[in-house]
Design a protein around this ligand. Sequence first.
Ligand code: ADP
Ligand code: MG
Length: 333
Amino acid sequence: MSAKKGLAELGEFGLIEHIQAQAGSAPFLKLGIGDDCSILTVASDEELLTSTDLLIEGVHFDLNWTGFEQLGHKSIAVNISDIAAMGGLPKCLYLAVAVPPTLSVDSLEQFIGGVLAETKRHGAILAGGDTSRSSGPLVISVTVQGTVKKGQAVCRNGAKDSELIFVSGTLGDSALALTQFKQGMSPAPELERKHHCPQARSELGSRLAGRKLASSMIDISDGLIADLGHILAASTAGAVLNLEAIPLSPSFRAACHMQPEIIDLALTGGEDYELLFTVAPDSEPEIDRLATELNLPLTCIGSVEKSGELRIVRKDGSNYQNQQGGFEHFAEH
Ligand code: ADP
Ligand code: MG
């Protein structure tokens, strides 16, 4: 595909051919791009998981500080994260794009490069999609299909009284990077990476499900408090979180040192794409072993309680009240 060629000239089918030529194959994909549907083989002892996400320019991403390859990576990673949150592994992805005519072929090529690289990195395959012209912003919709062993999918509604609440990685980095981008600053590389290239925790999710360790699970896309809130509502439970136990990156800690109120970003900032899950109290040693296996921090940040409240407490026993709620699309920003 020539970089000089305009998108109008390349056309819908030119773009599809370009994608098809690079999509590759996978043993579980009987038929990929090119027909009316893909055909996916599902083993008889597995169940199919499906999820869709929408990314709209100006709502979910800003091209002033987002590169096209990063955008491709993120579009795929956020979907795979939903499969991970159920304990599954991703198999097929579907990419629907509405492209403004002003977008260069170069940019589109970088975007597709990011999409395919991230898809392949997870052993999955791009199996179809849809392509249209947009009269407004760039719109991306990705659908993912994954599989999980029958009966092993981990839902939001399984949290039980006295169980421990764990989270992977560190929290708040993506939201801090976004805040700094909006202020015209350049975030530290560690923060920027977390914002632009989140890592879907599919190995973690699948091992937690396969070993029957997690009783409930969710990926943190809207912020810790909001997403834990979803688990608690679905499980009809409450929880206590220990503020000082929340895992923070060195760059986040440094920023917090200068401005202590930044801690709220770790509680309410979205797009961390870490996994939040509950486990029985006697599973803690197994979770520690899993953390070592995956070379990924897994931190206990609190416990489930019978009552329907979510409390955040400091080391000295006092309650902490965050200033902001989690991300909510229909709230005024
Ligand atoms: P239909 O008319 O049945 O919607 P299309 O002409 O839109 O078919 O698509 C032809 C093939 O190319 C289908 O297999 C479809 O899944 C695939 N496809 C279209 N757009 C994309 C895309 N952006 N990414 C991946 N595959 C795509
Ligand atoms: Mg179509």
